[in-house]
Design a protein around this ligand. Structure first.
Ligand SMILES: C[S@@+](CC[C@H](N)C(=O)[O-])C[C@H]1O[C@@H](n2cnc3c(N)ncnc32)[C@H](O)[C@@H]1O
Length: 153
């Protein structure tokens, strides 16, 4: 039985090396997962704005919103996530302490939302911080965070 190459692998093989297309590019602007594989990265498209890795992961150089691959972005906006969040153990992120608040948000949920709307290293400010669900979520995805709350307690 013959095997067929995926369209992504074919695209990769036919594309130009990133380092040839952009010899002076400021790599600090790229997500960590692209930087980690920059030697193999290639660019595609008329404007050479698409970056593709050997495993088919893609990133667009005009992506000002987040660090996601094209596939993860599409999955996020087309999905309903049915899950639950632990309130005990290390995954509970001190829920026992935080439950003095009537509606503490799960840090893992906030991590996923923050990951979609920010890039690594950016600053998240929560003006309704409560007991810090979003601040913890920001830390879980390597964003900086600051928060305030009306309630001193
Ligand atoms: C839904 S809770 C936020 C919970 C938070 N995401 C967490 O995980 O703990 C809303 C918070 O907004 C605070 N709040 C309401 N009005 C505010 C205001 N004008 N300025 C600052 N904080 C305010 C409340 O005290 C409350 O803690």
């Amino acid at each position: 039985m013959s095997t067929t190459k995926s369209a992504a692998i074919t695209l990769y093989e036919e594309s130009e090396r990133f380092s040839d297309a952009y010899p002076e590019y400021d790599l600090s602007k790229l997500p960590q997962w692209v930087r980690d594989n920059i030697q193999e990265a290639r660019v595609y498209g008329n404007q050479k704005k698409g970056v593709i890795l050997a495993d088919g992961r893609k990133y667009h150089l005009d992506n000002k919103l987040n660090d996601m691959t094209g596939r993860d972005w599409t999955f996020f906006i087309n999905s309903v996530f049915s899950t639950h969040y632990p309130t005990r153990g290390t995954e509970g992120y001190a829920h026992e302490i935080r439950k003095i608040h009537p509606s503490p948000k799960p840090p893992q949920l906030m991590r996923d939302l923050i990951s979609f709307f920010t890039k690594e290293g950016e600053l998240v400010f929560d003006s309704f911080a409560g007991v810090g669900g979003s601040l913890l979520g920001a830390a879980l995805c390597n964003r900086k965070a600051a928060g305030i709350d009306l309630n001193q307690e």
